[in-house]
Ligand binder design. Structure first.
Ligand code: ADP
Ligand code: ADP
Length: 229
């Protein structure tokens, strides 16, 4: 039973209306436990749509989508989605932001604070726990967003171009940081990007979205370490 299995998966936005728009069709994908999968493809090819479906934020139109053998029927803390813009609450402190998602689980104040501090420790941000989001840099805010997701102890971490708004240097640091977090957490990661350099830097396994079967004829593996390894 794998964390994500798609069989003939299709999604039509606004299905049954005059604005109906087919974004995905016939997607077959298996993601194994603990994999770091990069979904690479040009804008508009359906990467975000796929993450929305896996997150359970949108209904599947055709085919099957299973999470550990169970059909995905709605959102779950087990499948956490991180967006390009962090959407942190500006009026809450860093630790309160991280603890926010845990309140749905009925945890006590002390339990939530402890879980938040632990997640902030994993992203190296305990020193900033009492600050507000607007006192942090863009890279730090995205680390808070990662901590907020980690605090839920998700089995699957879904990331939709999470570093797109950051400058190139910060983005490279965040990629290294994310790989460390991934190795430590044991979570399965699906990471969406349209930047081939980002896909190469992060690649454990890259899934290329293409509408032309057979176009990708050869996978070449360069056995040299990646530039920043
Ligand atoms: P990507 O993430 O690869 O850029 P998206 O999944 O965002 O691609 O979009 C795939 C297609 O679905 C695009 O044509 C886009 O306009 C459309 N789409 C995405 N989200 C919605 C939505 N909420 N309603 C209608 N169409 C959408
Ligand atoms: P991405 O940066 O992932 O490609 P977009 O900029 O295409 O995302 O879309 C941003 C938001 O707008 C998403 O929530 C997406 O679902 C929604 N969206 C995209 N295309 C459409 C559309 N044609 N109609 C309605 N909503 C859309």
């Amino acid at each position: 039973k794998d964390p994500v299995v798609c069989r003939g998966l299709g999604k039509t936005w606004a299905a049954g209306t005059s604005r109906a728009h087919e974004a995905l069709k016939g997607i077959d994908l298996d993601v194994k436990p603990g994999e770091f999968v990069v979904l690479l493809g040009p804008s508009g090819c359906g990467k975000s749509t796929l993450l929305y479906l896996i997150a359970g934020l949108e209904d599947v139109t055709t085919g099957e989508l299973n999470h550990f053998g169970e059909p995905v029927t709605g959102p779950s803390p087990d499948r956490s989605l991180i967006f390009q813009e962090t959407s942190l609450f500006p009026w809450l402190t860093v630790w309160e932001n991280v603890a926010f998602g845990l309140s749905i689980r009925g945890a006590s104040h002390a339990e939530r604070k402890e879980a938040a501090v632990q997640a902030l420790r994993e992203v190296g941000l305990t020193a900033a726990m009492n600050k507000r989001p607007d006192e942090l840099s863009g890279g730090m805010r995205q680390r808070v967003a990662v901590a907020r997701a980690l605090a839920m102890r998700p089995k699957v971490l879904l990331m939709d171009e999470p570093f797109a708004a950051l400058d190139v240097q910060t983005r490279q640091k965040m990629q290294d940081f994310l790989l460390d977090v991934w190795r430590d957490s044991g979570a399965t990661v699906l990471f969406v990007t349209h930047h081939i350099d980002e896909a190469v830097a992060l690649s454990d396994r890259v899934v290329v979205f293409t509408s032309r079967p057979g176009r990708i004829k050869t996978i070449v593996t360069n056995d040299l370490p990646r530039p920043r390894d």
